[in-house]
Design a protein around this ligand. Sequence first.
Ligand code: ZN
Ligand code: FE
Length: 261
Amino acid sequence: MREEAAVLDILQIPVLQDNYIYLAHDPVTRATAAVDPAEAAPVLAALDANGWTLTHILNTHHHWDHVGGNLTLKRETRCLVFGAERDRNDIPGLDVGLNEGDMVELGRSRAQVLAVPGHTQGHIAYWFRDDLALFCGDTLFAMGCGRLLGGTAEQMWHSLDRLRALPPDTRLYCAHEYTQTNGRFAVTLEPENPALTRRMEQVDEARRQGRPTVPSKLGEELATNPFLRPESAELQRTLGLEGAAPVRVFAEVRRRKDAFR
Ligand code: ZN
Ligand code: FE
């Protein structure tokens, strides 16, 4: 029988302007990963506060606000650095280069590597199936998605379409707190979507209280995130793209979001 129980304790560390670093810890084996450590100091402080020792760094892509802490953490803790093989020259201290379908062991848990190009060519996500946790970096955000800084709309749509197929209870640990701005844009596209209206009220309230809106569940995103909803009749109508192919609708949503202020 397949082991289904959640294994990992996941800790969320807000850093910089709006980034999140995650620590994922297996309390039995004490394996501990830092996902996208933008900075080293807040990670070292959190490790210290919990009595944890870093064993892994898991990078989703090579941007500085995801790898900035790599070298200091590696020096201080002797952890191993994991990231896309394709980003080998751009991820500081990379030890283990990963490709689509690879598995990363973290104590009793393990992550499947999903290649999700679009934000960058080498972007990967870490899918901890038994924990129903996805570390998706800058690919999928709460009510948004990453900008196309290295890949095409076709690639990004294909990546998001793959993520749509994960179980709806999957928690999405994305790397930025962009939810409120994303939501303001989303309501311009689907003003009549009741799930979206309701979610925006919750998000506004959370932000008023200084609470994170991340992680969200994939199921919520399927109901409210315009980048995952190219089949929505209302969205298509707003864009004047009734009956258009999902990739075409997606590309137009992305284009409009880039210009949204
Ligand atoms: Zn990025
Ligand atoms: Fe980022």
